[in-house]
Design a protein around this ligand. Structure first.
Ligand code: PMV
Length: 345
């Protein structure tokens, strides 16, 4: 029986300007900018095997070499959503093996790395089945487009370094349907680092779908979307002109706004742990005392991402070890640099 395989490693990314809220099916309410992380990634293998019945998506899923049926509904939803464009998804049995190099269930967003790795496998197999040869540029763009259907933030994991997603009239080539790589970034920013402090090692209590939905009925949503749009352009200029102060100011304001939007939503989602606030204060105190460019950002959870530059790595990591690890679950922290982008395995 004909079996075909594709395997990809794809990184997670951290948004500096956040995507939070949608204006249609997987269309962002405002543009966002992120960078990929070289030490946080998913590796996925997709095997396809011809099957008899051709009705629906049929898949088995293994996570860390063990069957994980609880992940199947989300993956099936993604595959069904794209199956009109890839009719072969219904003709084959799909076997997916996936693993993360970071602990699962610690609130580190795994959907960006997982969905982008799977989308890359699908596009590669589609090319093989249809004997298509896409240029590197078209392959990446197509992978970004379909990653977005699986998880919005996943479309930004396709490129090394910084990428932007969401149409902005002042940003050439920007689109709501895929991310674009930001190539003319100041070289200093190519040495940025992110140490992820695992404040809580439990699953996020609010899924990102619920978080996005909450913006639909939020008093402050429209102003937030304007802010996200304005921040995207200012951040792009800061990255190009090496304006570290502006970068840090936007990073922190975006993180706090993300949580402020949740706190002030009708549900009053409360994702910050007391230790999160302590760590944010410690980072600001350290910055004031040391004069080093050290900033924070956060995802939709209790974890804190410490942002700094490679040249200050020794001092900042010493500070993390001495002052911050005590606030982390099991003293856990992952130090990461700027990601190289996905790799074929
Ligand atoms: O990709 P989603 O639907 O899981 O949304 C992720 C949203 C944030 O991680 C909170 C922000 C972002 O832009 O990545």
């Amino acid at each position: 029986m004909e079996i075909m395989k594709s395997a990809w490693q794809s990184p997670s990314n951290i948004a500096i300007v956040k995507y939070w809220g949608k204006k249609g099916f997987q269309i962002p309410a405002n543009p966002s900018i992120s960078f990929t992380l070289d030490q946080i990634f998913t590796q996925t293998e997709l095997y396809i095997k011809r099957k008899k019945s051709t009705q629906t998506i049929d898949l088995t899923f293994f996570f860390d070499d063990k069957p994980k049926p609880e992940f199947i509904p989300k993956i099936t939803q993604f595959l069904s959503a794209i199956s009109n464009d890839f009719p072969w998804l219904n003709l084959y049995h799909l076997e997916i093996h996936s693993k993360n190099n970071f602990p699962y269930g610690t609130g580190i967003a795994s959907s960006a790395s997982a969905m982008s790795a799977l989308a890359l496998c699908i596009i590669e197999i589609d090319n093989k089945l249809s004997n298509k040869i896409l240029s590197e540029h078209d392959f990446m763009r197509k992978s970004s487009f379909y990653s977005r259907i699986g998880s919005g933030s996943a479309c930004r994991s396709i490129y090394r370094g910084f990428s932007e997603w969401g149409y902005h009239s002042e940003i050439n080539g920007s689109s709501d349907e895929y991310a674009i790589p930001l190539t003319n970034i100041h070289p200093d920013f190519m040495h940025i680092m992110d140490s992820v402090l695992l404040i809580e090692n439990t699953e996020k209590s609010v899924s990102s779908s619920k978080g996005h939905d909450m913006l639909n009925e939020h008093w402050y949503a429209s102003r937030r979307f304007e802010q996200g749009k304005a921040h995207t352009l200012t951040l792009l200029h800061s990255l190009q002109e090496n304006n570290i102060h502006s970068f840090g100011q936007i990073a922190e304001q975006e993180a706090l706004t993300l949580h402020a939007m949740m706190l002030t939503s009708p549900h009053g989602y409360f994702l910050i742990h007391p230790n999160t606030l302590t760590v944010l204060n410690e980072i600001r105190t350290f910055r004031a005392k040391s004069n080093l460019p050290v900033f924070f950002t956060m995802d939709a959870g209790a974890n804190v991402h410490v942002l700094y530059f490679e040249k200050d790595k020794h001092n900042v990591q010493l500070f993390i070890e001495n002052q911050l690890l005590r606030y982390c679950a099991e003293n856990s922290c992952i130090h990461s640099g700027l990601g190289k982008g996905p790799q074929r395995l």
